[in-house]
Design a protein. Sequence first.
Length: 122
Amino acid sequence: MTAYEDAVQRYFTAWNTTSPEELEKAVAAAFTEDATYTDPLADVRGHDGLVAAISGAHRQFPGFGFRPTGTPDAHHDLVRFTWDLVSGADGSAPAAGFDVIRLAGDGRISSVSGFLDRLPGA
């Protein structure tokens, strides 16, 4: 597995973790302490902000998980990848998007710029 693939895998592990204690560990493993996350619905910084954003997504979409689609594309310290938000109950995917992450020297994510391609009801 490349450093890029590893970072993307840790990203999805964090976004799919629902236990508060495990979520804090997953966020710390995936993101630098001062990492930023920006998408049309959120703009947060640091581990506490990331935990709050991820927890909020789980409250809004209980029983759903984020799944990568396609193959990540990367160069230098940047990685872009696509994802679907998938229901564990029926497999529907009401939301989809793509993210661009920047990696720090230690391989963790220092920033995320997220874009939403499909939203529920849109």
